[in-house]
Design a protein around this ligand. Structure first.
Ligand SMILES: Nc1ncnc2c1ncn2[C@@H]1O[C@H](COP(=O)(O)OP(=O)(O)OP(=O)(O)O)[C@@H](O)[C@H]1O
Ligand SMILES: CCCC(=O)O
Length: 323
């Protein structure tokens, strides 16, 4: 392998994580936390571009990019290639996962695919197994929460984190009944944007407690705050329920359940999920940070021609059924 110097940029819903890998060694890394109040001022994700760009520039300390756009901007300046590795909208869903009971409405694959897949690869490596021959349930617990079913290296189903599907999360409401969404929409209290924000940015713990920082919720739990205790238990309950759904669609044949993301640092979540799910399959915990390494290794796989680069067309790999 040649000596590569790789900049990885990981804009999350509560943080921007940056790292530089020089000859496979992480030589600089920084996690910049964004409070809910700070991000509330932006009208859209795209509007955060200049703000996040400044953070990357400050990290690099010279003029040098939201994920792909940030990376391309910098790479074009440096005359080097930029790659997207397992972005959130990569799509390996099986057809059955796409269906709903409304004509023309389909479920979409939008998850924390980068960290989910890397965690799968890491688990396989740790156990001398092949990710492409395993059935795994992998959960990313961060600002958003992804619970996903991996069959032989493909994410065949999972909750759509951009659509309000699945468990509540630090920044998201999670699934609400159609009835309650329609009632909120016609209550006169919320604009369309307010409702989309609740779905993705200002819902969940932000709406309930005014913070997306789970450590603050846990501190309240320790102090015996009954609201925090109830919602914390509800958070675990909803994740466990989603794991159960993935267990059933994998026909109960699951090699392991993997828990990753920032919240996986908490022993409380691990204990809670083990209480519900340990009879399904062994549970392993990979807290937090594999995303930066995942991007570095994805870039290296392409540079080393182990994997073929795919060209982003803007067109989804799946758009509709023929009937
Ligand atoms: N030690 C800890 N115990 C409990 N929660 C923690 C701990 N450390 C971080 N967290 C929580 O993890 C969450 C952030 O996780 P993560 O960094 O994976 O998310 P993100 O990258 O900002 O967003 P996303 O995962 O949606 O892209 C926050 O709610 C944070 O409070
Ligand atoms: C990878 C997507 C990040 C999010 O929606 O939390």
């Amino acid at each position: 392998m040649k000596d590569y110097c790789i900049l990885t940029i990981n804009p999350g819903s509560t943080s921007t994580k940056l790292a530089i890998f020089d000859k496979l060694k992480c030589v600089a890394t920084e996690t910049i936390q964004h409070s809910a109040a700070e991000l509330a001022d932006f009208t859209s994700i795209k509007a955060q571009f200049p703000y996040r760009l400044k953070l990357v520039e400050a990290f690099l300390k010279h003029p040098a990019n939201l994920g792909p756009a940030l990376a391309k901007f910098l790479a074009d300046q440096a005359g080097i290639p930029a790659f997207i590795v397992n972005g959130p909208s990569m799509d390996e869903f099986q057809d059955l996962a796409r269906l709903t009971g409304k004509k023309g409405v389909f479920r979409q694959s939008r998850l924390h695919a980068l960290n989910l897949k890397e965690t799968g690869y890491q688990f396989a490596k740790d156990h001398d197994l092949n990710y492409h021959q395993l059935n795994l349930i992998i959960c990313h617990l961060g600002g958003g929460v992804s619970v996903s079913a991996h069959r032989n290296g493909r994410i065949i189903d999972g909750n759509d984190i951009a659509a309000g599907d699945g468990p509540m999360a630090p920044t998201r409401t999670g699934s609400l009944s159609v009835e309650s969404v329609v009632n909120l929409a016609f209550s006169g209290k919320y604009s369309k944007k307010d409702l989309f924000d609740l779905n993705y940015k200002t819902g969940g713990f932000v709406d309930l407690f005014g913070t997306s920082d789970v450590r603050e919720i846990l501190a309240k739990v320790k102090l015996g705050d009954s609201k925090a205790i109830l919602y914390w238990r509800g958070f675990i309950y909803q994740i466990a329920k989603e794991i159960g759904a993935m267990y059933s669609i994998l026909h109960g044949k699951v090699d392991a359940i993997l828990i990753t993301g920032g919240i996986a640092h908490s022993q409380e979540i691990v204990t809670g999920l083990k209480d519900y799910c340990s009879s399904f399959a062994p549970i392993y915990v990979y807290p937090g940070e594999a995303e930066m390494k995942a991007m570095e290794m994805g870039a290296i796989r392409v540079l080393e021609q182990v994997e073929k680069v795919k060209h982003y067309t803007g067109r989804p790999v799946w758009s509709k059924f023929e009937f």
